[in-house]
Design a protein around this ligand. Structure first.
Ligand code: PGA
Length: 259
């Protein structure tokens, strides 16, 4: 079993500021004893709200819940209409930033070069990038999952100091599994998780091995334990089933039963 298990909720474009406040208020009603659930040291629970709901989340969240953002631009300030800078996120107490989610890549045309700049900037500001990688359906059918992921990782991490490597989290999110209800099997996730750790260890043995690898794609309270039980999967990045407080709490409970 891994030392720390991450349960990170990617809310995507869900939960307005008011709904975010309701989420936090409802969490209070579950009477979560952080210590008995392992939330004081063995489980890290994170939510990534929309950037306009971050302030409310930060004000209302319980101490055991950490904050992440879903994206960030790579410039600090300037004429970039519609964008949010990493230091603006940091102001709200954001500790993690999702980078390179497949929705950003596929819907908004983000490319590896953008992702690389974002990773660098987030590290520079002492936040932790959660770098998403994963193959699509066609790539999987063609049997090129490993090379696709290796290229995504190497391009995203290009030029990063090897000593910074252990401050990154990787989320393996096969595109065909996201929001489809068709999760990968824990064994498949483990195989790719182990490959990702190999790629990272080849960049730098000591720091590469320390990088947590999460699985994402149709994770729910019934299947999360299967993934987390795998030696090379250190947690989950959860979309749909993280948006409502009851199901988010269920994810935590299911993991706390097996750690
Ligand atoms: P999902 O999304 O859990 O709804 O499949 C996961 C993600 O996109 O991070």
């Amino acid at each position: 079993m891994n030392m720390t298990v991450y349960i990170a909720g990617n809310w995507k474009m869900n939960n307005s500021p008011n709904e975010t406040e309701d989420f936090m208020t409802n969490l209070g009603q579950f009477n979560i004893d952080a210590k008995s659930y392992g939330l004081d040291n063995s489980i890290k629970a994170i939510v990534c709200p929309s950037s306009i709901a971050l302030e409310r989340a930060s004000d209302k969240k319980p101490a055991w819940l950490e904050l992440g953002a879903q994206d960030s631009y790579f410039e600090e300030s300037g004429a970039y209409t519609g964008e949010v800078s990493p230091s603006m996120l940091k102001d709200f107490g954001v500790k993690y930033v999702i980078v390179g989610h497949s929705e950003r890549r596929n819907i908004f045309g983000e490319v590896n070069e953008d992702i690389n700049k974002k990773v660098k900037k987030i590290l520079e500001l002492d936040m932790i990038p959660i770098l998403c990688v994963g193959e699509n359906d066609t790539e999987r059918e063609q049997g090129i999952t490993f090379p696709v992921i290796e290229i995504q990782i190497k391009k995203a991490l290009w030029g990063i100091d090897k000593n910074e490597l252990n401050r990154i989290i990787i989320a393996y999110e096969p595109v065909w599994a996201i929001g489809t209800g068709k999760a990968a099997t824990p064994e498949d996730a483990e195989e790719v998780g182990s490959y990702i750790k190999e790629v990272l260890a080849n960049i730098d043995q000591r720091n590469g091995e320390a990088v947590p690898v999460l699985y994402g794609g149709s994770v729910n309270p019934d299947n999360i334990a299967g993934f987390v039980n795998m030696g090379n999967i250190d947690g989950a990045l959860v979309g749909g089933k993280s948006v409502k407080s009851d199901s988010f709490v269920e994810l935590i409970k299911k993991v706390s039963e097996i750690i």
